[in-house]
Design a protein around this ligand. Sequence first.
Ligand SMILES: [Mn+2]
Length: 240
Amino acid sequence: MATLFIADLHLQTEEPAITAGFLRFLQGEARKADALYILGDLFEAWIGDDDPNPLHRDVAAAIHSLVKAGVPCYFLHGNRDFLIGKRFARESGMTLLPEEKVLDLYGRQVLIMHGDTLCTDDTGYLAFRAKVHTPWIQTLFLALPLFIRKRIAAKMRADSKAANSSKSMTIMDVNPQAVVNVMEKHAVQWLIHGHTHRPDVHALSANGMPAHRVVLGAWHREGSMVKVTPDAVELIAFPF
Ligand SMILES: [Mn+2]
């Protein structure tokens, strides 16, 4: 019995080795799992479910085949692929989750989220996030022709890269008080998230008790997953 968590694969046509590693993971380790949770930034960018990019079709088919083999797959949005919608969810067989979700894993209450909302010191990013999460702005964007959406997304990525290069490492990490606040809001002692690309297991105190924050690694040169079993919560790095 094991439930698996992954995040920050940043799949893109330009990185075929990571895609191949993910497809192998879906064929192998994931097949034995009770469920697979993808905690955001599965894709490097997403400009709409109607994007005909063949990579999206391949990934949808591979996830769907896992789901058809009896392993349910859940997805919550990252800051890169927050526009993944119902159509892609249907195509891939994934169930879309809200941005914060508490799971009962073999009796252990675990909060899952992408992690970007924990970086509250990055006020520039949070203002940007509020804008792009506004429903009418999303509706307007998705109604634009694909080539215009591509141009806007490329411009936004370049702007974000430029802004991030001048931000300190501390600003781009989670805020410790934001972590405690969200764990107390949901009354949990376990939190699993990604986004910061700083894989680690942190001990802290929340709700007046010992608590744990498990951070998934990004898939660059190796894969990263969290495996939750009835006995343990493990952060595992593995070759593609
Ligand atoms: Mn992210």
